[in-house]
Design a protein around this ligand. Sequence first.
Ligand SMILES: [Mn+2]
Length: 331
Amino acid sequence: MLNFSRIKKTLLSSRRAAILTHRNCDPDALCSAYVLSRLMKRVNPKLRIIIGTPEGLNKTSIKIKEEFKVRADTNPDLRKADMLFLVDTNSLQQLGPLQESVEKIDKPIVVVDHHYPSESRRPFTYKFCDDASPSTCEIIYGFYRDLAMKPKKREAAALLVGILYETRYLRLATSKTLLTVANLIRSGAKVEVFESFFEAPMDDSERMARIKSAQRSKVIRYEGYIIATSRVGSHQASAARALTSLGADLAIVGGEEKGELKLSLRSTSEFYSKSGIHLGRDIAKPLGDYIKGAGGGHSLAAGVNGYGNLENTLNKSLELVKELIRNSKNR
Ligand SMILES: [Mn+2]
């Protein structure tokens, strides 16, 4: 990956910067943006930085925003920014209402992300991307090393929260993640403090969405795999996760919201290691193109947004999955 010191000059010559997260900002995105803003301030104390979180924050992020007193704006004014950062996303479509203005901006755009790369009409100036990293916060931690700096206690704590959330309390952590976590603890972060952050009880609407998605699911067995598709009006990601914990190897849950289609895909790590099917790269991406939107994500978790008929799209995704499974067997 690129060394962060490569953009030091640009940082020093800039007066204003904007850091944008994907819509419905999660803790990995928020903590990355927050710590990146503090790091950049340390490089150039005169730099004025705004954090933009299009369409707001998810539940846990709201708590984090309060805890760390992060200043973030859902609709930031980007006109005066000399440079722009995208964190935890590499897809302009994930910027929601800010997409159009970012596409038009004629300033350097820096991407810091760990999702599978998506094609973009607007080329990025610098990319700090590693889709093998379990979280974006770990990439941000690497920037301190690049600059021969150490995170302060508060910065270490925020990075730790982002990592704990994104790796589901280290269940998805790699060996490298654990070393990073150890270093963050050495810098003063405490794991114990944040336990309550993630214990938020599920609200009724999420529980109902999970139950309904199970009720409405269509389940097929194909070449030894159990594949479930379903539809719910909201909480598609949680519903897909619920279906895999009920026993599906792969779950695809879709919904229609304000004329837009939204699909969430989840698989078990066993499915990935046996079939080699990477949900972000092999399913979400082509499916996003198919419904004239965008798709992307990780090996075990991915999402698609676009337009069209939900039933047809779910059928199309199932066809795609079957074809991929057949091809994986022929390999
Ligand atoms: Mn992330």
